[in-house]
Structure formats: C-alpha cells, structure tokens
Design a protein around this ligand. Structure first.
Ligand code: F6P
Length: 329
C-alpha cells in the first residue's frame, strides 16, 4: 500500500467526479464529519476536476452537512475534464490545492476519476483515497459502488410499471437501462424484474435468442414480454434491437429508455450505509498514512485496495445471474 507521512495532515479536500450517483452526498457527509471528529479541517472542491483547476474550494463544516444524507445528486456538483490528461493541467490543479492549504484528497467517483487521482500521486506525491461512486458498479476490487443499489431499484420500479401496461395490451417491451460499458444494472434488473432476456455488453444475447425465448413463452400462452438492454455506447440502442426483432420475427416492440432518471432521487438505505462506511474508511485510511488507494467492500467487510489493482481492471458480471435470467424466463 503506498504511504505518506500523516503527521503533515491538517486539511482534507473532498470532491465528486464523473457521473453523479445517489449516495454521493452521504459519502461527502461521512468524510466531512469523520475528518472533523478527528481534528482535521475539510474543504469541498466544487465541480470535480474542473473546480480543482479553477481553484473553486469552499470550507465545509459539521453543520453544512445537515439535511443532505437523503438527497440525490451531489451538493459539491460534479464534472468531467478531458484536459486533465495533460500534465500541465494537473500541475496547475496541484498548485491550487497547495496554495489553499489542502494536504490530501478524497475523490468520490469512478474509474476515470481514479485515473486522474492516481496520476496526482505518481507525479506530485499528493495523497488521495478514492471512494467508488457510480451507478454502473463497474469498478474492480469492490463488490458494490455507491449509487448502484438505488439505480437498480429505480429501474425495477419502472419495469414493474411497464409490466402492468404490457400485460394489459399483450405487448413486447424493450427497457433500456444505463451502463455504457457494463451490464451490472441490466443483469440485476433482469433477474429482479423477471425479464425474458437481457442484452449486455459483456455477454450479449443475439436477437435470434431473444426471439426464440419470446416464441417459447408464446407457445405456453404468454402474451407480453420484457427485454432489458444496457444502453451501450450510444443511448437509443434499444430502438435498433426493436427494429431487428420486427424485421426478423414481425413482433412489434415498444421501447422505453430510462436514461438519467436512474441517476436521480433519494438514495436507498443500502447506498446511504455503504457511502457512510466508505466516507469514514477513507478518512481512517488517510490518518493511517495510506494513499493512492480506494475503499471497497468485499462481502460485509470494508477494504482498502491500491489503485494499481483497480484502475483499468474489468469487473465481471456474474455468469450465474446472467444464466438465471435466461433459465427463469
Ligand atoms: O457512468 C455513469 C453513467 O450514468 C453511465 O451509466 C452512462 O452511460 C453515462 O454515465 C452517461 O453519462 P452522461 O451523464 O455524461 O450522459
């Protein structure tokens, strides 16, 4: 585990980065309150890496964390900054942090955000701990990320509603969920929502397989079906699937794209608890002199994993769950 001297630690900066995820506020709250409890000061970096480069920092107090644990989104705002790939942009960010008296960072975000954080340690020895926060759950070395449980439950609620209208009209629906590069949301929603088939980047069903399943259901009297598709690289992929199914089998499929609805709203209890545990663990890790690492959860245990074992590694969707969707449909 990379180490720094924690005796120099007086002020922690915290920021959210990449796509927002429900539970990020609970994580910020836990970082701020744990740090203050341990006698540290905390500053919020507003708007992620763009805010770091612009020097947009604000002091955070115990009371500024009141009434946010239940809120979706992120009170610190978030953003992506492609220019952070440039060394001089990172150097400017580090200068701003040092000028403002910030000694270490907690970064709440996904793989791309951690890549930037890792570079700040490698190039400038700036200590950072990451908290996995993304609805996609696609981060290696942690079973769960903050926001995933909420996103799954939002998508599931939508599917339950769609089922009512699908059954009333004897219709086929394709529901598109988020997940640019990964099918974790689609798989969980597929199992919990009783989908006929799921289309995910890791283990895509073919259109023929989906048609086959629909036909098998029809043969036993089933009149409505739900297919779940992960969005892939371009939202709207479900329309292409619907076209292909219509052309090959003559079935009319209605499409429902859930999109950013899955990223908003109040976090579930599971996400609030996970975020609170991660926030406290991130501060503990910094106080122990650990850095260039991420908090994670394995089973019921909170762990700290070096970024070297996380960044760029792919977490696999469970083949058991994928098979379960197919065997139970
Ligand atoms: O990474 C989280 C996520 O919501 C993905 O599921 C989705 O593909 C992407 O972000 C959408 O990004 P944006 O909000 O920039 O459109």
């Amino acid at each position: 585990m990379p180490q720094f001297d924690p005796k120099s630690l007086k002020t922690i900066g915290v920021f959210t980065s990449g796509g927002d995820a429900p539970g990020m506020n609970a994580a910020i709250r836990a970082v701020v309150r744990s740090a203050i409890h341990h006698g540290l000061q905390v500053k919020g970096i507003v708007g992620g890496y763009p805010g770091m480069v612009a020097g947009d920092f604000q002091p955070l107090s115990l009371s500024s964390m009141a009434n946010i644990i239940q809120r979706g989104g992120t009170m610190l705002k978030t953003g992506r900054l492609p220019e952070f790939h440039q060394a001089e942009v990172r150097a400017a960010a580090i200068q701003n942090l040092r000028d403002d008296g910030i000694d270490a960072l907690v970064c709440i975000g996904g793989d791309g955000s951690f890549t930037g954080a890792h570079l700040l340690w490698q190039e400038h020895k700036f200590p950072i701990i990451g908290i996995p926060g993304t609805i996609d759950n696609d981060i290696a070395e942690t079973d769960l990320t903050v926001g995933f449980d909420t996103a799954v439950n939002i998508a599931l609620d939508a599917i339950d509603r769609i089922r009512d209208t699908a059954a009333s009209h004897d219709r086929l629906f394709i529901v598109e969920v988020m997940g640019r590069d990964s099918g974790f949301i689609a798989v969980d929603v597929g199992v919990a929502g009783g989908a006929e088939e799921i289309f995910i980047p890791e283990n895509p069903a073919t259109v023929d397989q989906a048609i086959e399943r629909i036909k098998r259901g029809m043969a036993r009297g089933k009149k409505s079906s739900i297919l779940v598709a992960a969005e892939g690289h371009k939202p709207g992929r479900a329309y292409d699937l619907a076209d292909a199914i219509r052309k090959k089998a003559g079935f009319d499929a209605k499409v429902c794209i859930l999109g950013h609805i899955q990223r908003g709203g109040s976090p579930t209890a599971a996400d609030r608890i996970l975020a609170s545990r991660f926030g406290a663990a991130a501060v503990d890790a910094l106080l122990a002199g650990h850095c260039d690492a991420m908090t994670g959860i394995k089973g019921h245990d909170i762990v700290t994993v070096p970024f070297d074992k996380v960044i760029g590694f792919k977490k696999r969707v469970s083949p058991e769950l994928v098979n379960l969707v197919r065997s139970l449909s």
